[in-house]
Design a protein around this ligand. Structure first.
Ligand SMILES: [Zn+2]
Length: 415
């Protein structure tokens, strides 16, 4: 049975409509529907307008009446995370802040390899549980779609274990999970062979199973001096493209070269970009690749932010994601991090909101969310305030009071 619901009245609805995918955005471009309402039919939005006008049209709709001041924005989209993992890296964090180097931390048993070891020790069921737990925590903070990478298994079977866990977690988690294969995270210590041989084995043995079991349609690689070079990744990405996968890249985190590979392969997104210079900024701005800033990694490591202002001014498309992972970005709070990036990089409210809504959706090749529109998914984050500016002004401390996912009220602080 179809169910029609009218929600409102909202003091403001910020639908994020009518804005370009690329380039700088002014707050005067942001459309605001005052005294608004949203009509849902099953999982979709069927109308948006003023509450009173919708009430007059949809006379048989069930009314979800809101008392007090509320502002509605599209459910946030976190387009880059690593929330499927085992163990903790609290000791790494303490050592790094106490002055230990990357090498010293690795020698003491820390670093990515520690997470690989702990993830391999975890059962698939344990990974399912921990992933759901983190995904549901993000959902309460307004994030209704979360990309989740593998990359802590680093053998065919262990990568499959992670991606199967993400697939099962997606059924139970309140947010949608979008899986990405990051078997090319680093060369595992116990692989007997070169980087190229490792990547070759992964593309030959793992890729066909990903397609068969529909575990992921996105392939990611960490292009960095400590991981894989552009030359090593070339055949890996070529195979992925031929098999129909979408490409995304961990690019320019400490040294440049990754963003160029991303652009050459028409990757959907190039993520990190802390080390990008004016040259890379210009290349990205003139490409179809979305530039994704990960302020959580900058905050976690104490490094500079990606040049977000420059990317937007050059005409690029900027998404913002949490990079939530146990090592370099343990906070996992997209709204806080996006707000902080805004203050350091001088981004307008509209640019920050775009970066965690429709521009992030584009980084996942999704067109049915990130915007509140007729026919789009009813994914809503609702805040108890009368002014949308409060959302970023509170730097993440103002949490949603309601979250709707696929037309269902999945989190409600009022009750
Ligand atoms: Zn990452």
């Amino acid at each position: 049975m179809e169910k029609i619901t009218l929600i409102g009245p909202f003091k403001q609805i910020i639908p994020m409509t009518g804005l370009p995918l690329k380039g700088a955005l002014n707050d005067s471009q942001l459309s605001i529907i005052a005294d608004g309402g949203i009509v849902l039919k099953n999982e979709h939005i069927i109308a948006i307008g003023t509450f009173e006008s919708l009430k007059a049209i949809y006379t048989h709709a069930h009314i979800h009446h809101l008392k007090g001041n509320h502002v509605c924005v599209p459910g946030f989209i976190d387009c880059h995370t690593h929330i499927c993992f085992g163990g903790s890296r609290a000791n790494d964090y303490a050592m790094r802040n106490a002055g230990s180097s990357y090498l010293e931390i690795a020698k003491s048993g820390g670093g990515i390899w520690d997470t690989v070891t702990q993830t391999r020790k975890s059962t698939q069921e344990q990974l399912v549980k921990s992933t759901i737990k983190l995904a549901n925590r993000h959902l309460k903070n307004g994030t209704t779609t979360i990309e989740v990478k593998s990359g802590y298994g680093l053998t065919v079977n262990e990568e499959l274990k992670m991606l199967r866990a993400i697939k099962i977690a997606n059924i139970e988690a309140l947010a949608d999970l979008v899986p990405t294969c990051l078997a090319a995270h680093m060369l595992p210590k116990d692989f007997k062979g070169t980087e190229v041989e490792y990547l070759n084995e992964m593309s030959k043995k793992l890729f066909p199973i990903l397609l068969k079991e529909q575990l992921a349609n996105r392939i990611d690689a960490f292009i960095e001096q400590s991981a894989f070079s552009p030359v090593q990744v070339q055949p890996y990405f070529e195979t992925a493209k031929q098999m129909g996968f979408h490409i995304t890249v961990h690019a320019d985190q400490f040294t440049t070269s990754g963003s160029k590979v991303a652009i050459d392969f028409h990757a959907i997104s190039a993520d990190h970009l802390e080390a990008s210079t004016d040259k890379e900024v210009h290349l990205l701005a003139n490409s179809t690749t979305i530039a994704t800033a990960l302020p959580g990694a900058s905050i976690g490591l104490g490094c500079a932010f990606a040049p977000a202002r420059k990317i937007l001014d050059a005409g690029g498309a900027l998404a913002i994601a949490s990079d939530h992972n146990p090592g370099s970005a343990p906070m996992g709070d997209l709204l806080t991090q996006a707000s902080i990036l805004g203050t350091f990089e001088k981004l307008t409210n509209t640019e920050v909101l775009a970066g965690i809504t429709f521009r992030a959706a584009a980084a996942l090749n999704l067109t049915d969310r990130g915007i509140l529109k007729e026919g789009g998914l009813a994914d809503l984050a609702v805040f108890h305030t009368s002014n949308y500016q409060d959302i970023l002004y509170n730097q993440g401390n103002l949490k949603p009071c309601m979250v709707w996912k696929n037309g269902s009220l999945v989190y409600d602080k009022h009750n």
